[in-house]
Design a protein around this ligand. Structure first.
Ligand code: FES
Length: 75
């Protein structure tokens, strides 16, 4: 899997937002799912948010806590 970037994506979300984050690593629109997983057995991480906050989505594809950053990009 290629890295989308070498740092997390800071994403502002609000109550009621639903985001589909790529789990297969093939999306051309990382960190979001673009449907490329159809050739794999993966499905996106679909997360519904219930408050306003900033989330940090994995950009390097090496996090063990995906779809969120765990600091692996810095290792
Ligand atoms: S494109 Fe990767 S999970 Fe959908």
């Amino acid at each position: 899997m290629a890295r989308w970037q070498d740092k997390p994506f800071a994403i502002e979300v609000k109550a009621g937002d639903t985001k589909a984050f790529c789990a297969c690593g093939l999306s051309k629109n990382g960190p979001y799912c673009d449907g490329s997983h159809v050739t794999t057995d993966k499905t996106p991480y679909v997360v519904k948010f219930d408050e306003v906050k900033t989330v940090y989505a994995c950009g390097c594809q090496e996090s063990t806590n995906r779809p969120y950053c765990d600091g692996s990009h810095a290792k």
